[in-house]
Design a protein around this ligand. Structure first.
Ligand code: KIV
Ligand code: ZN
Length: 404
């Protein structure tokens, strides 16, 4: 089976930054961009230079600092927008101008107040102008999934004729379904791209929770660039999550013969850096990078994971940069995990002692959400406590929730 390379286009600093509560200042964007380069993304969309002086400065600074990746700047199909994006990218080692216009009738009528013919002309002019400044031009048809497919194909053909080498099919409002989206991407591939040296890109929003599924369906239909963000941040419900896309390709390589340049061990550190910068954590049950992604509380699961992590883990925590799995002690836990934690704390319990401690533990866990090591130790009778190595007791992580 041959493996195709998927270009990872990270838009955390543009679409991601547009989401409520996620704005970043220049130094934060630079830290994030350096980490994205370290992670191994192919393209960093660094901002929308016409939108503010801050965005202009961020694109310029990232273009100067990140010399290995392609740095993209977004612009509408207006002359001053394209010129501003080009100016911000002037010092980039690998610049890309990303120009977009909406193609759905609803956007044409209510937002742009333009005819289809006018939008075609705007597309041609802006892509041509962008090509005067940059070798690499990407064109996006905003709201592509709610656009008339014949018209969409016409717009993409014009963009390619004018010099775009990447055409992006955004599901701007997160409306499409996987089978429908793969059909649309196949239509664009067959009717517009053919054997031209043009990359099809997709950009999926998560309004129905389908951004990753839709992106994977598109890859299977011929897309070779995916636009995504760390932790899935982005407008409204967010964009396709980079870590989920990369790990889906990695873990299910048997079904998805695609690879990316991303160093998977950098996923968790990158997610953590973004959370630290924007000031909020990802939801605990978020795939790959959530606090509970490798946590096990139920007794049966803990027993399985202690015997062999493969029982309940489809990837190792280490493979995404998480130091190890966590056996959370709570009301669903069983004797195996409790015994293991006691051993780690320096108490090797006899069966009868463990039974007694387990009875007390379940009573406590019914009353208390977080069980700390100190709580566990207090469940033991005095003679067991004195029997144990006192150094272990003192260094047993008292004050931290009980897990490993
Ligand atoms: O969602 C969208 O359509 C966009 C475009 C600018 C690519 O963010
Ligand atoms: Zn978007």
């Amino acid at each position: 089976m041959t493996t195709d390379r998927i270009a990872i286009f990270d838009t955390t600093l543009r679409d991601g930054e547009q989401s409520p509560g996620c704005s970043m200042d220049l130094s934060e964007k630079l830290r994030m961009a350096r980490q994205l380069e370290q992670l191994g993304v192919d393209i960093i969309e660094a901002g929308f230079p016409i939108s503010s002086d801050g965005d202009f400065a961020a694109v310029k600074a990232i273009a100067a600092a990140c010399r290995k990746v392609t740095v993209a700047a977004l612009c509408r199909t207006a002359e001053q927008d394209v010129a501003r994006a080009a100016a911000a990218l002037a010092g980039a080692a690998h610049p890309r101008i990303h120009t977009f216009v909406a193609t759905s009738d609803i956007h044409l009528k209510h937002k742009l107040q333009k005819t289809r013919a006018e939008v075609l002309a705007m597309t041609r002019a802006s892509v041509r102008m962008a090509r005067d400044y940059a070798e690499e031009v990407e064109f996006s048809a905003e709201d592509a999934t709610r656009s008339d497919v014949d018209y969409l194909c016409e717009v993409f053909s014009v963009a390619i004729e004018a010099g775009a080498s990447i055409i992006n099919v955004p599901d701007t409002v997160g409306y499409t379904l996987p089978n429908e989206f793969s059909g649309l991407v196949s239509a664009v591939r067959e009717r517009v791209v053919g054997d031209k040296a043009v990359t099809i890109s997709v950009h999926c929003h998560n309004d129905l929770g389908l951004a990753v599924a839709n992106s994977l369906a598109a890859i299977s239909a011929g897309a070779r660039q995916v636009e995504c963000t760390i932790n899935g941040i982005g407008e409204r419900a967010g964009n396709a999550s980079l870590e989920e896309l990369v790990m889906a390709m990695h873990v299910r390589a048997d079904q998805l013969a695609f690879e990316s340049n991303v160093k998977t061990r950098e996923l968790y550190p990158t997610s953590q850096l973004l959370s630290e910068i924007v000031g909020f954590d990802v939801q605990p049950n978020k795939a790959i990078v959530g606090r509970n992604a490798f946590a096990h509380e139920a007794g049966i699961h803990q027993h399985g994971v202690i015997s062999n992590p493969l029982c309940y883990e489809i990837m190792t925590p280490e493979s995404v940069g998480v130091s190890n799995n966590r056996l959370v002690l709570g009301k669903h836990s069983g004797r195996h995990a409790l015994s293991l934690r006691f051993e780690e704390l320096g108490f090797a319990l006899e069966r009868a002692e463990l039974d007694l401690a387990y009875g007390r533990f379940t009573e406590l866990a019914d009353r208390k959400k977080s069980i700390y090591d100190q709580d566990l130790i207090s469940l033991l009778s005095a003679d067991i406590r004195t029997r144990a190595d006192s150094v272990m007791i003192q260094t047993a992580g008292v004050g931290a929730p009980s897990y490993r």
